[in-house]
Design a protein around this ligand. Structure first.
Ligand code: ADP
Length: 239
């Protein structure tokens, strides 16, 4: 369902002030020629040290960052060169993002945060609210709907971030270090929720250092990145 072909992402580094002016900027490849094929309804763990390229790769797969070169193919459609308005439709249809530190918006309520990715979908606002409420119920936090983000706990914020990722009912969930700043017990909760999503047919890609994911029973494949390249690709479960 997800195919990436020879993906390179090169960020321009700031010019070194001591460099002679005519030299081009120093460049480094955050992702350095990765090709992968990821099956529908599978769970993949992206591992690797800081700076290995995990966030960049997730963001390219999800159409949030454009690769310098290479192709991203989702359900046989090449999304790499789509104009921004089409790409944003693809993002909404296919992807739910759980960002590092969640990136929830303070000052507005839990339910408003959850509805944000759906605002431009043209959905009836009342139906959208119902959808958000049913997600809150599913995640066992319906009582928090009207709370401001800054007034809920880290574990509750994690659930809100998951609900927000699910609001457009995407088929693929991309989670970037989703448990990095949480009490270890909450990783177990997160794994439980993810395993339900997988049973519901979702495809999940998680970037994490957390060893709990390795033997969680949900991880089917571990892809290890080093310096922007795949250094290991392990199938965990016989399918
Ligand atoms: P990881 O998620 O594995 O920690 P990242 O994808 O965040 O790795 O980063 C990979 C490399 O790309 C790092 O060297 C990082 O400094 C660099 N990088 C990431 N984002 C940017 C950016 N916006 N501009 C310049 N360099 C970046």
């Amino acid at each position: 369902m997800i195919e990436i072909k020879n993906i390179v992402k090169r960020y321009a580094m700031p010019n070194n002030p001591h460099q002679t002016v005519h030299l081009s900027p120093i460049r480094s490849n955050a992702v350095d020629g990765i090709s992968l094929s990821i099956k529908r309804n599978s769970t993949t763990l992206l591992k690797g040290p800081n700076g290995a390229g995990k966030t960049t790769l997730l963001s390219i797969i999800g159409g949030m960052t454009r690769p310098t070169s290479g192709r991203v193919i989702i359900d046989k459609k090449d999304i790499s060169s789509l104009p921004e308005n089409f790409l944003s439709e693809v993002r909404k249809k296919y992807f739910g993002f759980i960002f590092q530190n969640y990136q929830l918006i303070s000052g507005i309520s839990v339910i408003e945060n959850i509805m944000i990715p759906a605002y431009t979908s043209g959905k009836n606002p009342e139906r959208l609210r119902q959808r958000a409420i049913s997600l809150l119920e599913k995640l066992k936090i319906p009582h928090l709907a009207k709370q401001k983000i800054e007034h809920i706990s880290g574990g509750e914020q994690q659930r809100v971030a998951i609900a927000r990722a699910l609001v457009n009912n995407p088929s693929i969930i991309l989670a970037d270090e989703p448990t990095a700043h949480l009490h270890p017990d909450l990783t177990v909760d997160f794994i439980k929720i993810i395993s339900e999503l997988i049973q519901g047919g979702k495809t999940v890609i998680i970037s994490s250092h957390d060893v709990k994911f390795v033997n969680s029973g949900i991880t089917e494949r571990i892809i290890e990145l080093t310096d922007g390249k795949v250094s290991n690709d392990i199938q965990m479960l016989a399918n």
